[in-house]
Design a protein around this ligand. Structure first.
Ligand SMILES: Cc1cc2nc3c(=O)[nH]c(=O)nc-3n(C[C@H](O)[C@H](O)[C@H](O)COP(=O)(O)OP(=O)(O)OC[C@H]3O[C@@H](n4cnc5c(N)ncnc54)[C@H](O)[C@@H]3O)c2cc1C
Length: 278
């Protein structure tokens, strides 16, 4: 089977997609340079896909957008967030991670993205750089890229994530969350209540409609544990919840529970970290 894989330089999720692709057949890795313009980039991928049995990319925002364009151009079905392929049956993540669906993927070539953090990363390969078609549609393109606010540590790839919810109380209240995150080299996350209130940007939101994390440790401070939030947090290996309500639903998901006021507990953890390190 011949597989065309779209990879982005330096992107861990692309290497995970490459890993699944390599298990399916002979891989040709391609990338597209310059300003991101989804329709134009998809046209370049379609032009390169002649003879490919499958087209694969990472299940990132960009990978999913790009292959949706590719599928529309080729008038073929598209399976997003696939975890396994067995013949023409794909297993894919649905409903924010609460359901694994098995579906028959008809069509040729097969077009699929690989669910983040479900495959080991492959060794990086030199990807062939595709040229944009001369008549490339660049009507929609990236004009500006705004860096994430989480202290330089990407929420998606962070080993430790410290998140705050409504219980933090205000945007200023996140000072103690940021302080702890800095001490641990962690990224700052939050719940949707927090982004809706404008206390943090949407880029910091963990959950079904936010980022799905895969940290070693997730610390949820003043977060109740709604299913839509847990959909983004459950990829963490361990969850520590700090909540003043002993009945908070998050405690049924958490590995470690601290019942109490986060405004006392979080600074106390930071103080203790400083003490043992001094
Ligand atoms: C379609 C859809 C998609 C959604 N997507 C997302 C998503 O991606 N991410 C997301 O987070 N939500 C999402 N939501 C919203 C979700 O349902 C919840 O409303 C939200 O997660 C609740 O946020 P919260 O836990 O901060 O607030 P609350 O549910 O109000 O919980 C606040 C918690 O803080 C505790 N608390 C209060 N004061 C303190 C204190 N001083 N110390 C310690 N604890 C304290 C309380 O006991 C309570 O448990 C989505 C909802 C829908 C319908």
């Amino acid at each position: 089977m011949s597989i065309l894989v779209f990879v982005e330089p330096g992107d861990e999720l692309s290497l995970q997609a490459l890993s699944l692709a390599q298990s399916l057949g002979e891989v040709r890795a391609v990338s597209v340079g310059g300003v991101y313009a989804p329709a134009a980039w998809a046209a370049a991928i379609v032009a390169a896909s002649d003879g490919a049995d499958a087209i694969v990319a990472a299940g990132s925002d960009r990978g999913n957008e790009l292959l949706a364009h590719v599928a529309a151009r080729l008038d073929q079905p598209f399976a997003a967030n696939v975890t396994a392929v067995d013949g023409d049956v794909v297993t894919r993540v649905r409903w924010g991670g609460s359901l694994l669906e098995q579906a028959r993927l008809h069509g040729s070539p097969r077009i699929l993205t690989v669910a983040p953090h479900t495959q080991p990363a492959a060794e990086a390969v030199a990807a062939e750089q595709l040229e944009l078609p001369v008549d490339a549609d660049t009507t929609v393109r990236v004009l500006e890229t705004v860096a994430e606010s989480s202290g330089g540590v990407s929420l998606r790839d962070a080993k430790v994530v410290i998140s705050g919810g409504r219980g933090v109380g205000s945007s200023e209240g996140f000072g103690i969350i940021e302080e702890l995150a800095e001490l641990l080299g962690a990224a700052v996350g939050c719940s949707r209540v927090v982004t809706s209130a404008g206390w943090r940007p949407h880029a910091d939101q963990v959950g079904q409609t936010g980022t799905k994390i895969s940290a070693d440790l997730y610390v949820a401070c003043g977060i109740s544990g709604a299913t839509q939030h847990i959909a983004g947090a459950k990829g963490a290996k361990k969850i520590l919840a700090i909540n003043s309500d002993p009945e908070a639903p998050i405690f049924s998901t958490a590995d470690y529970a601290v019942v109490g006021d986060l405004h006392e507990i979080v600074p106390a953890i930071s103080a203790e970290l400083r003490r043992v390190r001094s």
